[in-house]
Ligand binder design. Structure first.
Ligand SMILES: Cc1cc2nc3c(=O)[nH]c(=O)nc-3n(C[C@H](O)[C@H](O)[C@H](O)COP(=O)(O)OP(=O)(O)OC[C@H]3O[C@@H](n4cnc5c(N)ncnc54)[C@H](O)[C@@H]3O)c2cc1C
Length: 498
């Protein structure tokens, strides 16, 4: 089987997509007229294959029944890394036993609704903690900058198998949306349970010791049960537990800043030169510049989305973004962050990056409103160092109040962001506008800690049998690469069990 590439107008591409088997699609906005690059599968005679031809899209996974399996593995955390590790273990006949501090997804939804209405934060059930991890109520962007870590396509296939739309198999910048993700996560859970895996919700692991000494095998006591540590990067208490129990940890570079929100129609005009996005959907952007030797860049851009309260601790204010599958809110938001290097934070405590994040989150809380409103400033006012008398409409449900982020953000972040926004405006004139607002703070864009592991065995360098993986281990960032890292940990366990 072969394929052929077409460059089409958005409407032509839309029509072709309904008819033919598409294997790749991307929007090209480099010229004034939008173009869509479509690659279509063809037969040996070069004829396009129909969309509904009886040719499998991919090889479906085969999950084994592990009710009576002699091998098992413990997984701490049911985010993308933990869930994809569990599914991979099932494919290899190993029983996954998952411990998740948060609630199952439908119960978690209720806590998130309370949070959005300013009716309280449940520190164990929120945008970060609970079934599906931090990726469940997100934009569900499934692309990753890294192409190195293995079979990304398999991650897409598994998402599709559990109910993601066909586009995840071929769209260059595929996304699922927070209205569809909970259903997909629920089907993954049902599959794990039906095949004999175990999931223990509302069960926070507060010590590794009992797990790392848990025997398994035919006569039990034969070998120890491997432990996959897939805790994400927001479980600061769990990092502190790991440090206390002697697990090797090191500081790693991360990024912090604010979330910027523009009217989506403006972003469509700047990126697509048009407000008509009927066949391509709302535009996104990806911006990067260097200021005083540090990267300043957009992060986790959510077209047609919402800014959400993504903290997990009381007395702190953390924001992030999400969107539904149609990405149809009138707002375009994105993290705008500055690279932070370990040497920027004095001391030698491997967890000092966490304390740095927490301090900024506390400051944001103190500069926010009494009803947990987040601090905000009009974008141009921020860059030009002026107070905002009022703020534009904003998607952040708990609300925002005017604040001088230009004055209280640490200078090495605030000044670089100001210059970064000027640079982005040079590239896209009009980006720097008072119709946009920045909201503080975007502090959890990546892990500030690495749990170093042996590159061959994937086990912790200090703690045999412990497999740190996913975003919290500092080896992945985002849904796809975390899921893939979970798959790799499980494959390693399967390989060693042979
Ligand atoms: C609002 C929001 C939007 C996002 N949007 C996107 C996006 O569009 N695209 C993208 O690629 N990425 C996005 N991200 C980032 C993405 O969600 C993470 O990179 C990804 O979920 C990391 O996967 P993980 O499995 O490593 O960790 P997590 O998803 O963080 O999962 C870790 C799990 O471990 C559990 N846990 C922690 N400690 C313990 C313990 N001691 N005991 C038991 N359980 C524990 C937590 O409750 C959590 O469920 C978003 C994040 C947020 C918060």
């Amino acid at each position: 089987m072969d394929s052929v590439q077409y460059i089409l107008s958005p409407r032509e591409a839309f029509v072709a997509e309904q008819q033919w088997r598409v294997v790749k699609r991307s929007v090209d906005a480099r010229q004034r007229e939008l173009r869509v690059h479509l690659t279509i599968l063809t037969d040996d005679q070069g004829k396009p294959i129909a969309k509904d031809a009886p040719i499998p899209l991919y090889e479906p996974p085969v999950f084994q029944d592990v009710h009576h399996a002699t091998r098992s593995a413990i997984i701490i955390g049911a985010g993308p890394a933990g869930l994809f590790a569990a599914l991979t273990l099932l494919e290899h006949g190993i029983k996954p036993i998952i411990y998740e501090r948060g609630k199952e997804v439908s119960e978690r939804k209720k806590d998130i609704a309370l949070l959005n209405r300013n009716e309280g934060l449940n520190p164990e059930s929120n945008y970060c903690f609970g079934e599906g991890g931090a990726g469940t109520f997100s934009d569900g962007k499934l692309f990753s900058r890294s192409k190195k870590r293995g079979n990304m396509q398999r991650v897409m296939e598994l998402f599709h198998y559990f109910g993601a739309p066909d586009t995840v198999l071929y769209e260059a910048h595929a996304h699922i949306g927070s209205d569809k993700l909970p259903g997909i996560i629920k089907r993954m859970r049902e599959c794990i349970l039906e095949h004999g895996g175990e999931i223990h919700f509302e069960t926070k692991v507060e010590s590794l010791k009992p797990h790392l000494t848990s025997p398994q095998g035919e006569g039990k006591g034969e070998t120890l049960t491997p432990v996959i540590l897939a805790i994400g990067h927001s479980a600061h208490d769990t990092y502190r537990m790991l440090a206390a129990e002697g697990v090797a940890l090191e500081t790693k570079g991360f990024a912090m800043g604010v979330r910027a929100e523009h009217p989506q129609s403006l972003i469509n005009k700047l990126m697509y030169h048009s407000t008509n996005v009927e066949y391509v959907g709302n535009a996104s952007y990806s911006l990067v510049t260097q200021v005083d030797g540090r990267g300043v860049y957009s992060f986790c851009m959510c077209p047609g989305g919402h800014i959400v309260p993504a903290g997990s601790e009381a007395g702190s204010c953390v924001v992030n973004g999400m969107s539904a599958s149609h990405r149809n809110s009138p707002y375009a938001n994105s993290g705008m962050v500055v690279q932070i290097n370990p040497e920027d934070i004095p001391g030698d405590d491997p967890l000092r990056g966490l304390a740095f994040q927490e301090e900024l989150e506390r400051m944001a809380f103190e500069h926010g409103g009494p009803q947990a409103q987040a601090p905000g400033q009009r974008l141009k006012d921020f860059v030009e160092g002026r107070a905002s008398k009022d703020l534009p409409a904003c998607s952040y449900l708990p609300g925002i109040i005017p604040s001088r982020l230009d004055q209280w953000l640490p200078t090495h972040i605030g000044k670089r962001l100001q210059q970064g926004f000027r640079d982005f405006d040079r590239k896209y004139p009009g980006f720097l506008t008072n119709d946009a607002v920045i909201v503080g703070v975007e502090s959890r864009s990546s892990s500030a800690v690495r749990i170093p592991r042996d590159p061959e065995t994937l086990q912790s360098v200090s703690t045999p049998n412990l497999y740190p993986c996913g975003e919290g281990a500092g080896y992945a960032g985002g849904i796809t690469s975390s899921a893939l890292d979970g798959i790799n940990a499980a494959l390693k366990i399967a390989e060693l069990a042979r």
